[in-house]
Structure formats: C-alpha cells, structure tokens
Design a protein around this ligand. Structure first.
Ligand code: ATP
Ligand code: ZN
Ligand code: MG
Length: 504
C-alpha cells in the first residue's frame, strides 16, 4: 500500500446551484473522475491510486466535495484541476466560482513510522495510528495546498525515515588514500603544550582562542604554502565574502534545512535612538552588570547567523546571472575572517573551536570543469601534505550532511558529487582529525542561486575549506615544537618564532 490523501472541500459560488447548474456539476464530476484526473498518469497504475471525487453535495451556493487519492493526481491536485473545469462549466450559466475552503485533509502514511519522525508542525493537527497506518490530519488552507504542503510533509517523513536507516549523521565514509606512516617522535596534545609555552590563551568567549605571535607565524606559513602551491598555480583569485549571513542566503544554500543547533545567531537593535537604550546603559553604570533580559526585549531578529560554511555568502555575487563561457571556470577564494559554530560539549583544544580561521576555495563552471578542478586540487594537496608538511594523513570520501538532509544519498546516481575529507593522524589521542575537505556540490548552489552558463550547459560548483587551526593542530601533534625538527618547507616560512610577552 502507498501513501493516500483524503480531503473535504467546499467551493463557494456566486449563485444557487439548482437544476441546470446541478446537471453541469454532475457531468463535470463524471468527466473529471474518468478523464481529467487520469491525464498524465501511466497506464499501468491501479485506478485506486488515482484521485477521485468520492461524493458530492450541493447546499444552496456551495458545492461540497470529498476527494481521495493515492500517489497519482493527488487529492489536492485533483481539487485544483476540478476547480478550473467547474469554473468554465458554471461560467456558461453565469455562475462564478468564488473561494475554496478545506474542511478536512488527511494523509495516510503506511508503516509504523516512529513517533519522533513525525514532524511537529503547525499544519499537523492530529496524529492517529491504526492498522499499521499513520493518519495525519492537517490544518491547511487552499493556499497551503497550492503550496504543496502535504507533498512536502510526505517527502519530509520519507527523508527522516531514510536518514534514520543511515544512522545519526548519515555520513558514509570510504577510505580512498592513506599515506605511508611516519616515525612518531612526539606524543603530546599540542594545545596543552601551546598553553604551557604561552603561545595561546583562552578567549573570553567559549571555544575561542587568542593566538600569540608564534601560532600566527605558523598560520601564515601555512597560508603561504596554500597560496604558492595551490591558489596561484591553479589560478584562484582572492575575494572577500561577507561574514554575516542572512536567512535569505541560508534558504538558497540549503543550510536553512538543518543548521540551527550549531550556529551563532545575529540580532539588531529595534532602534538606534540612544534614549531607547539609556536605561540599559544606566543599569550597567549602577549595578556593574549588563541587563541581558532587557536587551532581549529590545532587539529584532535574529536576522541570520555568523559565517558557518564560509562560501554561501559568496553566491549573491553571481545570483541570477548568466556566466560567459570564456570566463569559466571561475576560481575564487576567501580568507577574510572567522567562521563560527556552536560546538557545545564537543570543543577540544584548538582543533574543535567555536571561532575558527579557514581559507575557503570556491569554483564553478561546467560539470567537466568543476570535476577537473577538484581533481587538480587533490593532486596539489597531496603534494603539499606528502612533500612539504610531511604528514601522516589519509583521504576519505564522505557524503556531506546537507545532501544527507536532502535525501540525496544513492539517488543522485553521480559518483562525482560528494565530499572528500582529509584527515591527519594525532599520535597523542591515537585518532584521526579531519583538517580540510574538497566538495563537488553538483548543481546545488547554481540552482539555489539561479546561476546559468551562456552555452546552456549545466552549471556545477565545488568548494574546499582549509582549516588553519586544524592544519596547525595536526602539524604540531606530529612534528612537535622544535622548529629545528620541522620540515624545512615549513620552518623557512615561519622564520624565527617570536616570544614577546613576559608575565611577572
Ligand atoms: P567535523 O566533522 O570535525 O565537525 P565538519 O564536517 O563539521 O567537521 P566541515 O563542515 O566539512 O567540517 O568544515 C570544513 C572544514 O572547516 C573542516 O575540515 C575544518 O578544517 C574546519 N572546521 C569545521 N569545524 C571546525 C571547528 N569547530 N573548529 C575548527 N575547524 C573547523
Ligand atoms: Zn563551502
Ligand atoms: Mg562539525
């Protein structure tokens, strides 16, 4: 058995539906049930799967309908098809069709869908279970039905069921390369050592560090390597992406589907009139405390979030545009600021923080161009990790969380779309740390932001996030703190490490 839809609707008309009108209605309903609702439905589909007006009744100016369907010409689609036809039929009798009201709407989902996979949404009024079926009774208007709310609820439940079968994060992990192992000479936690040496101190905010000169010298050395070995040779140009990301961008990038537990929210003052804020300022002057509860009442939003994935706020630059063939592939990068994630209890050292620094590389073009750049990046990265950083590392193909969210696992049928994680071995914890990735995102972003190519070919994009904290953690965990022991290619770029603070 498949999903079924059942609805009751009333169609208000401009005049009483007597005699001739009633006859016209009967004819139109017969025609709808036998012809109109069958249009576009494959021949081998069971008739019970196709939308059908089960019963109808006239009450003065109002036509009441009961419609039922399986997956084909769903009850609500049938209703709108019928509305068009009945409007024409009654129009001939000078009767106009006014509004439609939905008196009830049920979705019957087969199977014992677990309670927690049924979405909690204002549209869902009641959930009943009987005989292996979950019956959702919806609270929807005709406009909600035109907006395909029932179809989206069904799809959402299917996705939740599928995500559960793939387990938690729905990340499929497959090793594609493992470097030779290297002699392990250092086995301390690099953050502990950095703290001892005074290279870093905790920032005042959670999961935030203040990096002293020595760490920044390492960050900059890694940036130089990325610039000299990857960004310049592969032709990427620097841009500056915004770091405050409004909901509008999240909706288009798809992050609006699930980013909420992990973001820093941004709000704005309701007004910038100093008088409106005076008592809050005075409160601090008198008590020495910031009046947070009051502030909460005086702000709008949240209007969006602090940069989370780094590349989404680039996309409005190309949104709605058609890209000239001779400008492709477009290759850009951003290293202009921080990314923010609420990592909660997961915070650890400098490798899992709430505020981090990352070089984000973004490219777009035809399918072939996009895939070719990902492949060039893999080659360049491999050279860097093998020959310059001399790391013990591995690469694995994983399914990115947003695609898992979209229920795209296994259904995209395209090997090229997906993410490769780069992981480094951490001797101190005998575990592996993801320190960067390369993603081919398919048409996700070009479609979301409506970007086209002059030739009419499909537009694809990719991105790669190089986490400076993670590179540093991986490097120090394997190589230790004596620059004399570091690979020459790193040591020559950091220069002599500067210790400028002396505390008494
Ligand atoms: P993880 O599984 O470790 O949480 P992720 O899958 O959330 O990582 P991505 O969303 O793929 O990470 O982000 C890309 C890159 O950004 C990572 O490879 C890493 O370098 C960096 N990054 C992500 N989250 C953090 C963090 N909390 N602290 C430091 N760097 C991070
Ligand atoms: Zn990205
Ligand atoms: Mg994460």
């Amino acid at each position: 058995m498949h999903v079924r839809f059942r609805l009751g609707a009333t169609i208000q008309c401009s005049g009483p539906l007597h005699n001739e009108a009633a006859a016209a209605i009967e004819r139109t309903i017969d025609g709808a049930n036998t012809v109109l609702f069958h249009k576009g439905v494959p021949r081998d589909v069971e008739p019970s799967e196709i939308g059908k007006i089960q019963s109808w009744e006239i009450q003065e100016n109002v036509l009441c309908l009961e419609i039922e369907s399986g997956a084909y010409t769903r009850a609500h689609d049938a209703l709108f098809r019928f509305r068009k036809q009945i409007a024409t039929a009654l129009g001939k009798l000078r009767i106009g069709v006014r509004g439609i009201e939905i008196t009830h709407f049920e979705i019957l989902v087969p199977g014992d869908v677990p309670e927690d996979l049924i979405p909690r949404l204002p549209f869902i009024r009641e959930v009943k279970r009987r005989e292996g079926t979950v019956e959702l009774s919806l609270n929807v208007s005709a406009a909600d039905l035109e907006n395909r709310i029932p179809d989206r609820i069904v799809r959402l439940i299917e996705e939740k069921v599928q995500a559960r079968t793939y387990g938690g994060k729905a990340e499929h992990w497959e090793l594609i390369y493992q470097s030779p192992s290297r002699s392990r000479t250092f086995e301390k936690d690099p953050t502990e050592v950095m703290l001892e040496k005074g290279w870093v101190k905790h920032g005042a905010s959670r999961g935030q560090w203040i990096y002293g000169p020595q760490v920044v010298q390492l960050f900059r050395a890694f940036e130089k390597i990325v610039e000299q070995e990857i960004i310049r040779p592969l032709g990427f140009s620097e841009m500056i992406f915004p770091k405050l990301v409004p909901w509008e961008v999240c909706m288009r990038s798809g992050h609006a589907k699930g980013v909420y537990p992990e973001i820093y929210y941004v709000s704005t003052p309701k007004t910038r009139d100093p008088a409106y804020w005076e008592d809050i300022a005075d409160y601090f002057k008198v008590t020495g405390h910031v009046w947070v509860e009051k502030i909460r009442e005086r702000i709008d939003g949240p209007i969006g979030l602090m940069s989370y994935a780094q590349c989404p706020p680039f996309w409005p630059f190309v949104q709605g545009e058609t890209l000239a063939n001779d400008s492709l592939p477009l290759r850009v990068f951003d290293r202009s600021g921080t990314s923010h994630r609420y990592e909660s209890g997961g915070i650890h050292g400098i490798e899992r923080v709430d505020e981090f620094h990352r070089i984000e590389i973004v490219w777009l073009g035809t399918v072939d161009q996009t895939v070719a750049i990902a492949s060039d990046l893999h080659t360049a990265y491999r050279h860097v990790f093998e020959d310059l950083l001399e790391l013990e590392w591995r690469a694995a193909k994983v399914t990115p969380w947003f695609m898992a969210q979209e229920g795209m696992i296994g259904s995209c049928g395209c090997e090229a779309v997906g993410t490769t994680d780069y992981e480094a071995y951490l001797p101190y914890s005998n575990s592996w740390l993801e320190f960067q990735n390369v993603s081919v995102n398919g048409d996700k972003y070009p479609t979301g932001f409506n970007v086209k190519i002059q030739s009419g070919e499909e537009c694809w994009s990719g991105c790669s996030g190089i986490g400076l904290e993670r590179w540093t953690a991986a490097f120090l965990a394997q190589k230790g703190f004596d620059p004399a022991e570091w690979p020459e290619e790193v040591a020559k770029r950091t220069g002599e490490l500067r210790s400028i603070f002396k505390f008494l």
